[in-house]
Design a binder for this molecule. Structure first.
Ligand SMILES: [Zn+2]
Length: 626
């Protein structure tokens, strides 16, 4: 019998060449990997065997990047699956395109992740160019049309005279030829999204046109300090992209800029390292903090004018080994009031929420979920719905986050002794119909809520629990008598925010069996439907997502559930009863229905919704979530 060839791995060879493991260790690890029943990545096997640690291994892969194939690198780092790579390779063969492009097309990763990794593989920075980033001196005597034809743009020149040029493709030989024609002898490449390069060039052309028209004044603007422009660009685009934070982080060989958007850190761009001191000084001047202090952490505030809007920014400067790291938090004063039908509830659920919860004159309504799950938005739109002349609504909030005309709102202030405890004592004496308590945080608040409901009031509050049943159990844990809970609580709503697929780059894709299984579905069920995924574009910072949508679990208590509370049944039993007798739809099921409708992805559902037993068959989920 012929002996099977010894297994080989390009990644493994790279790690041996980098000296993080020995050839003997690699041989053993590959043998172990072959014997495993569940497939495992080589890096994991090496870590499990104790031959090296994950960081050393992934760093070695990154260092040897240019010698490795992109697909192998992505698989080894766990960014894509072998399954996805095989699909992409088939597409590549059929259509004669590059493997990276094929991976994006089959939906294995988005364009930004691809570009970041290609840049990584070649050891060059990733730069998303914009007009304000560009050193205009570099464009003197250069035709923008020529740059447009060749898809590249020079952005900056460092002190040694080396020019950084952002290209859309590192492997086009024509690009190097074109750059040589411009007589940039000393230059380095950076990789950036093609549409951002083209947009920058278009902006440059428009800018040149207005400058011709307005003459000297326009010319003066061009002379404006480029650092000021760059900082304004970073802040302005963060505001436009609805980011909550800007992170400017010095690293060994570059400055990394990331935005937090919809709760997730998004890679914005790299910047040449020599820009850091200028950037930090400019930001410090804006925040009026000491610009000559470089050894201590500092904090400050900036009042930034964006168009005609005043935006509050909070600055934190943190001293790191590579220089000062800045984080700017963007404080959003303009939280918009959302109407009930904009919340993201399905029509069936919304009708139920109105008829069986909001329209009832008395009882306790609890909205629950972790911080940042959108509870406050749901609370405010519920109050707004009840807000009419014939009804007195009073609140005790810590603090008031949004003011609504026609309701009496009170903010806590511990410093002057306006505490939650004494506010609660006073609130009922104000003769309200509806009481809103910002949050139930202890037994005392819970008791006030229940007492008020017993005396004929409607009470709204929020809670910090994983799901609706958890909310009920928390009350029981607080030693509230079960008969009081079952006779006052009418509904518990749990929620999470999932990222929405960007409508500008949403494209059809077929999910892998693994994704369907992870959320509790069978591949046979999933095959019947069409799915969407964002490819990544300039509108969504190349993440494929833009904005968020809430998923809900609406529990309206019926006699069966109340009885189960009286009997202090387990969470599992109460949930089963709620599903069977009240038609409770879990957040995961609501999320799945939103995936089917092309609003979000399985990834988001898996990341943000709690795992619950027994997902119903997909057809049934879709019917329930209509
Ligand atoms: Zn997009």
């Amino acid at each position: 019998m012929e002996k099977a060839p010894a297994p080989r791995s390009a990644i493994g060879d790279a790690m041996v060449a980098e000296g993080v493991i020995t050839a003997e260790q690699l041989k053993r690890a590959l043998k172990v990997q072959q014997l495993l029943e569940e497939p495992k990545q080589l890096v994991d096997v090496l870590v499990d065997l104790g031959y090296s640690n994950r960081k050393a291994l992934t760093d070695a892969i990154a260092r040897r990047g240019s010698h490795l194939r992109l697909g192998d690198m992505l698989v080894e780092q766990g960014i894509i699956t072998t399954e996805a790579l095989e699909m992409a390779l088939a597409t590549q063969r059929d259509r004669g395109i590059r493997v990276g492009q094929a991976l994006v097309e089959v939906g294995a990763l988005n364009e930004r992740t691809l570009l970041l990794n290609v840049a990584h593989q070649h050891g060059v920075p990733y730069i998303e160019p914009s007009m304000n980033m560009i050193d205009m001196d570099l464009l003197r005597g250069v035709s923008v049309d020529f740059l447009e034809r060749n898809i590249f743009v020079p952005v900056s020149r460092n002190e040694e005279g080396r020019v950084t040029i952002v290209v859309g493709d590192l492997e086009r030989p024509e690009t190097t030829e074109a750059i040589k024609q411009l007589h940039f002898d000393n230059f380095t490449f950076a990789l950036g999204p093609e549409d951002a390069i083209l947009q920058t060039l278009k902006d440059l052309k428009n800018y040149a046109k207005t400058r011709e028209k307005t003459g000297a004044r326009g010319h003066q603007a061009a002379e404006e300090d480029s650092t000021v422009q760059l900082v304004n660009h970073l802040i302005g685009s963060a505001i436009d992209e609805k980011a909550s934070d800007i992170h400017i982080e010095p690293m060994a060989h570059m400055v990394r800029v990331r935005y937090r958007i919809d709760g997730v850190l998004v890679y914005k761009t790299d910047l040449p390292p020599d820009l850091l001191p200028k950037l930090v000084s400019r930001i410090k001047i804006m925040a009026e903090v000491n610009i000559s202090e470089h050894q201590r952490h500092q904090g400050g505030r900036i009042n930034y004018l964006h168009g005609d809007k005043e935006i509050d920014l909070r600055l934190s400067v943190y001293v790191t080994v590579h220089g000062e790291s800045c984080v700017l938090r963007i404080l959003n004063k303009e939280m918009a009031l959302v109407t009930l039908d904009q919340l993201g509830m399905t029509p069936t659920m919304l009708e139920r929420f109105r008829d069986d919860v909001l329209d009832l004159p008395t009882g306790v309504v609890l909205i629950t979920g972790p911080t940042g799950s959108g509870k406050t938005t749901t609370l405010y739109s519920s109050i707004d719905y009840c807000n009419e002349v014939g009804r007195k609504i009073i609140t005790a909030e810590d603090p008031v986050e949004f003011t609504i005309e026609g309701i009496v709102q009170c903010s806590m202030n511990e410093k002057i002794g306006r505490t939650f405890a004494n506010t609660l004592r006073e609130i009922v004496r104000q003769d309200p119909d509806v009481i809103v308590l910002g949050e139930i945080r202890d037994k005392e608040t819970a008791q006030v809520a229940i007492q008020a409901a017993l005396t004929g009031h409607k009470v709204y509050s929020t809670f910090h629990t994983e799901d609706t049943i958890g909310g009920l159990l928390r009350l029981i844990d607080m030693d509230i008598e079960t008969f009081l809970i079952s006779s006052t609580v009418i509904s518990v709503i749990a929620q999470r925010l999932l990222r929405r697929i960007c409508e500008h780059c949403s494209t059809p894709y077929s999910p892998m069996a693994k994704e369907a299984h992870a959320v509790g579905l069978k591949m046979e069920e999933v095959r019947e439907y069409e799915f969407k995924k964002g490819r990544g574009c300039s509108h969504c910072s190349y993440t494929g997502y833009r904005g968020r949508i809430a998923v809900y679990e609406l529990l309206v208590l019926n006699e069966h559930v109340k009885q189960a509370i009286l009997e202090k049944r387990t969470a599992h039993e109460i949930r089963r009863l709620s599903v069977e007798t009240t038609g409770l739809v879990s957040m995961r099921e609501d999320g799945i229905a939103k995936v089917i409708r092309g609003i979000t992805t399985f990834d988001e559902v898996l990341k943000h919704t709690p795992r619950t037993f027994g997902i119903r068959p997909l057809r049934q989920v879709i019917t329930l979530c209509q």
